[in-house]
Design a protein around this ligand. Structure first.
Ligand code: GDP
Length: 441
């Protein structure tokens, strides 16, 4: 679920969860770490006549709750996908906003199929609410004047998608969702259009499962770190979305860390307990094994330097060095070499790295290299390749400067900026450039 702040990502997830919990039998919806699994029969009940469960050979949908506090944007990486399908949420009244544009760029770069949820249709003046109804039924309830406004708002979104390089249409007119983006009108408040959204997602899932996805649920697990969290009694733990294979309680895993791959042994695999079962001391149930398309909390030693957005790989039956090399390659893939002269950027997570890159782009500050990790001597070496000496600089977001790197930067006259606020880094660097230009005059 991607989109601009306040356009309704959280509400939409809550609504989907809410309607499915009501429709599903007790226990049918499983809450995972950072994700909610909605089984096929429950999708069928919520979507009513729009989804015939017998037409699908899928277990259902897994909705990932991307953490809201930082821009978590790495959807697809070399080895696989965190999300196979994305929902871009756009407020029908607000239209495209900066984070919508950012999200569109990421979707385009990662070639992730997506639908647009044109949210908050209930706020169109004069709207008659038809709670939880499919779109066609909702539209029948509206006056011509309201329907005309509805059409105008949707056409605005279609226009903005076109400016961003995507052809799109009202979803019920789309034949091929691969070349056309479906726009699904919804209200996270009233539930209107939720049946349609689920139907479109199922259709996309069915298509892409057949065409592109090969999942081996018995092999060694592959996943992505959603969050790195302290958990009482377990120390630092990882919330992981597993997209392939299995993880077992006795596995050795390799995890992407700030200073490279971390090799560690799983101490416990934890699943959240159903609300009714939570006792004060155990919010989690220990499990022996967890299979693909699930969220799990991994407790293991040495996870302090793990990074959100980084890969997790199970070693089982494979050569440890190969797995380490895989994780390394995946982390390196995130490093961006732009081939132009500019600043070197280091950040603590993949999400913050992307946010930094976007902020610099907006401020028209040229960037030479961007990478996750602390500021190391080789970053200084990289910065010194900038021809105009005064402009040599490294920007570090939420990272440390390793001892040798600080000395080396001093020797080589490389300016190092550090902050945990992105715009502050941008402003400080702009001030630095202004100063150089003032001196040159
Ligand atoms: P997020 O920042 O994208 O996660 O947005 P939220 O889900 O927090 O929603 C932002 C605000 O918009 C909240 O006050 C919601 O109650 C409201 N909101 C979200 N969806 C709808 C909707 O479909 N209709 C109306 N009327 N309000 C909505």
């Amino acid at each position: 679920m991607l989109g601009h702040v306040d356009h309704g990502k959280t509400s939409l997830l809550d609504k989907i969860r809410g309607s499915t919990v009501i429709e599903g039998e007790a226990g049918a919806i499983t809450q995972h770490i950072g994700a909610t699994a909605v089984p096929l029969d429950v999708v069928g009940e919520v979507a009513g006549s729009l989804v015939d469960p017998t037409e699908f050979d899928l277990p259902g949908l897994l909705f990932i709750d991307t953490p809201g506090h930082h821009s978590f944007t790495t959807l697809r990486s070399r080895g696989g996908a965190l999300a196979d399908i994305a929902i871009l949420v756009v407020d029908v009244n607000d239209g495209f906003q900066p984070q919508t544009e950012e999200a569109i760029k990421i979707l385009a770069d990662s070639e992730t199929p997506f639908v647009v949820a044109a949210n908050k249709v209930d706020t169109i003046p004069g709207w008659q609410v038809t709670e939880d109804a499919p779109i066609q039924q909702t539209l029948e309830a509206q006056s011509d004047r309201v329907e005309q406004q509805f059409n105008e708002k949707l056409y605005e979104i279609i226009g903005e998608l076109s400016d961003a390089g995507f052809t799109s249409d009202f979803y019920w007119r789309v034949q091929d969702f691969r070349s056309n983006v479906g726009v699904v009108p919804v209200s996270a408040m009233t539930g209107e259009g939720i049946p349609d959204l689920l139907a479109v997602l199922m259709g996309l899932a069915q298509r892409y499962m057949k065409e592109d996805m090969e999942i081996d649920v018995t092999g060694p697990g592959a996943g992505t770190v959603l969050e790195v969290k302290e958990e009482r009694g377990f120390g630092t733990t990882l919330d992981v979305i597993l997209y392939d294979g299995t993880v077992r309680a006795d596995d050795t895993v390799v995890v992407g860390g700030v200073n490279g791959p971390i090799v560690t042994d799983v101490r416990a695999l934890l699943k959240p307990r159903p609300l009714a079962e939570i006792r004060t001391e155990s919010r989690f149930e220990k499990v022996d094994e967890i299979a693909a398309a699930a969220g799990v909390k991994i407790a293991a030693p040495d996870l302090d330097d793990a990074i959100a957005g980084a890969p997790v790989r199970v070693v089982r039956n494979r050569d440890l060095d190969d797995v380490i090399a895989d994780v390394q390659a995946e982390l390196a893939e995130v490093a961006v070499d732009t081939g132009e002269e500019g600043v070197v950027v280091k950040a603590d997570t993949l999400g913050s790295l992307e946010a930094m890159a976007n902020a610099l782009d907006e401020a028209e500050i040229p960037m030479m290299r961007a990478e996750v990790g602390d500021i190391a001597p080789r970053d200084v070496a990289m910065a010194t390749t900038v021809e105009e000496e005064e402009y040599r600089a490294i920007l570090g977001f939420n990272v440390d400067v390793l001892g040798d790197a600080a000395d080396r930067a001093e020797q080589d006259d490389v300016e190092v900026f550090e902050s945990d606020v992105i715009y502050q880094l941008v402003e400080e660097y702009e001030g630095f450039v202004e100063e150089i230009e003032r001196r040159q005059k």
